[in-house]
Design a protein around this ligand. Structure first.
Ligand code: 9G3
Length: 577
């Protein structure tokens, strides 16, 4: 392609609302333009990269035996009412009416649609297992679209759905998709981790998220540098270093809790300073309300409650903070809540509380706390759960190594759904004996447009994008320094032809602009290899620059094809050692 004619509107500066590197660079390099908040146009370069990602996804999904199809984005509300999700999702599910006043949803995901298709078209065990997928635009009216394509309101997703007759069949389908995801993200050049995740509202059992590591990622992942353990913070577990407070060794500990006057001392920090004890010696009491019932949640003072884990401990019940009146009702006082002496309040404790000696708790009386609490003696019979966020410094439960924390961008999510949708929508199969059984499902998503942004987030420098060769819009950027110079244009034409004939995609910068503009644009747009035809064209010598390594060297025109074969064979890495 000749750049003069291509729509690649590069920019020097970007609008203020572009905060992260990938968003800024996609605007500056002329890959996307915003139409409305969270809604983007893909300009030619952006679309080419998006298509390369889709090709990788299709090749691996097809290789895993999945079958591509394409479902509508307009979903009749009846389907979402049948699955019960029409009322579960609020304004995030975009809804509209047709000319007859019938209600529709713009597809945010396709469990309802695909399950209905399978219900209608597959009845016999002979047609199972089957995995179907599509690459299609999804609509979700995010409250706060941001970071460009990373969190949009209209985005491209590959969503696949597996249908099995048994749990073991689902395990196999899941494993097959999991491996395909590894191949996809590896081929896209992403630095990623597959992490154990919480299945959330979608339900089901096992679920893994594929996280592209990036400081601007919204998710926190916990991983062990020495073994394979990795989990979303929502789910991660760790070994809390035992806190052996010296006091607990003392033999002169009183044999019952002591009441101490702690005027206006309500926070863990204040209490720690006032009583000169470590937060690790304090038991934090959080008062919540679940299903209208007051529940007191206990954690060690240095730990934070993980709301997903707490919700799971409450069997998925939503909860809110208990009101002042509610705290009064259980015979306590905000800021001085403690587990001893409450009236009819359920108490659950995080495992960090187990075995605490000589602990401090609220006295359920304004301005008083209790010290020297022994959990085994004074709080016997507590129900223990895993309710806290793993904290820095904890150790891997599997191999004991200290755990690492990182931020990640969720680019993929795979779920074992079970029969959640097949039951509600009536998708069943008849087995060998003619008995009817619900089909067992899995679902598997990749944020294709989000992958594009994540790749740029992980592959850029201060001058611009550094495309992995596998998804670069073009492999080679051919620059002619002076397009008025016949020799340079003649050699450029020959090189362009030999490269394209050899199967390399070439963007030829044949613009009239000054060389500096062309060089800056080439670095900004960031294709893997730049070939410049300049003052040595008469000697058939060109200058090469590798975008990732920065290596620059001269080649004769005759060496170019062989050089590209080695350069792109090694995945566009520097081969000119
Ligand atoms: C909605 C809206 C937002 C949603 C969903 C439904 C997330 C919803 C979870 C999934 C699960 C899997 C198939 C591909 C892989 C992910 N946000 N989820 O179901 F109506 Cl507005 O999408 N779906």
């Amino acid at each position: 392609m000749r750049q003069q004619r291509l729509l690649i509107p590069t920019l020097r500066d970007v609008p203020g609302d572009a905060e992260v590197a990938s968003h800024k660079l996609m605007l500056r390099a002329g890959l996307i333009r915003q139409l409305s908040s969270g809604i983007y146009t893909y300009l030619p370069l952006g679309l080419k990269a998006l298509q390369h990602i889709q090709t990788i996804v299709r090749e691996e999904m097809d290789a895993a035996g999945a079958q591509e199809m394409l479902m509508p984005a307009l979903h009749p509300s009846e389907l979402w009412k049948a699955s019960g999700r029409w009322d579960v999702y609020g304004p995030e599910l975009m809804r509209l009416e047709d000319r007859h006043g019938r209600e529709f949803a713009l597809g945010a995901t396709h469990e309802e649609v695909i399950t209905t298709i399978v219900k209608d078209e597959i009845q016999s065990y002979k047609k199972l297992p089957v995995t179907l997928y599509q690459i299609q635009t999804k609509y979700r009216d995010e409250r706060r679209p941001r970071f460009g394509l990373l969190r949009g309101r209209e985005f491209l997703m590959k969503d696949a759905y597996s249908f099995d007759r048994s749990q073991s069949g689902l395990d196999e389908s899941y494993e097959s998709m999991y491996k395909a995801y590894h191949r996809i993200f590896t081929r896209c050049g992403l630095n990623f981790r597959a992490v154990e995740a919480d299945s959330g509202a979608i339900g089901g059992t096992d679920t893994h998220e594929f996280m592209a590591l990036a400081d601007i990622g919204e998710d926190t992942i916990v991983h062990c540098p020495s073994c394979q353990y990795a989990a979303n913070l929502e789910k991660a577990v760790g070994q809390l270093p035992a806190f052996t407070d010296t006091a607990s060794k003392r033999s002169d500990l009183p044999n019952e809790p002591q009441k101490v006057h702690t005027p206006q001392v309500t926070s863990i920090k204040q209490l720690s300073e006032f009583l000169q004890v470590s937060p690790k010696q304090i038991i934090k009491s959080i008062a919540i309300e679940a299903n209208g019932e007051p529940v007191i949640v206990l954690l060690r003072g240095d730990c934070e409650v993980n709301e997903i884990k707490l919700k799971n401990a409450l069997n998925g019940t939503e909860f809110t903070m208990l009101s002042e009146a509610g705290i009064q009702q259980i015979g306590s006082k905000a800021g001085f809540i403690g587990p001893i002496g409450l009236q009819n309040a359920k108490i659950i404790a995080d495992s960090s509380v187990i075995g605490m000696q000589d602990a401090v708790i609220g006295a359920n009386e304004a301005d008083y706390h209790l010290t020297h609490v022994q959990v085994e003696r004074d709080l016997a019979g507590l129900a223990y759960y895993d309710l806290r966020n793993v904290t820095e410094g904890e150790h891997c439960l599997t191999c004991g190594h200290e755990l690492s924390f990182a931020k990640g961008i969720e680019v993929g999510h795979v779920f074992k759904l079970g029969t959640k949708y097949s039951r509600s929508l009536g998708a069943s199969f008849s087995d060998e004996n003619g008995a009817s059984e619900p089909i067992i499902m899995g679902c598997y998503g990749i944020g294709v447009s989000r992958v594009l942004a994540a790749i740029i987030e992980q592959n850029h420098d201060e001058r611009g994008i550094i495309w992995p060769a596998s998804v670069a819009p073009f492999a080679v950027h051919l620059l002619t320094v002076h397009v008025q110079d016949e020799i340079q244009m003649k050699l450029s034409t020959e090189i362009y032809k030999s490269l394209t004939d050899a199967g390399y995609s070439v963007l030829w910068d044949d613009r009239e602009d000054r060389p500096g503009v062309k060089f800056n644009d080439a670095d900004l747009i960031g294709f893997p290899l730049r070939i410049t035809v300049g003052k040595k064209a008469a000697e058939h010598i060109v200058e090469c620059k590798e975008r990732r390594s920065g290596d620059q060297y001269e080649l004769t025109a005759e060496q170019i094809i062989a050089h590209c074969q080695t350069f792109f064979q090694t995945g566009g890495r520097s081969s000119h050692e």
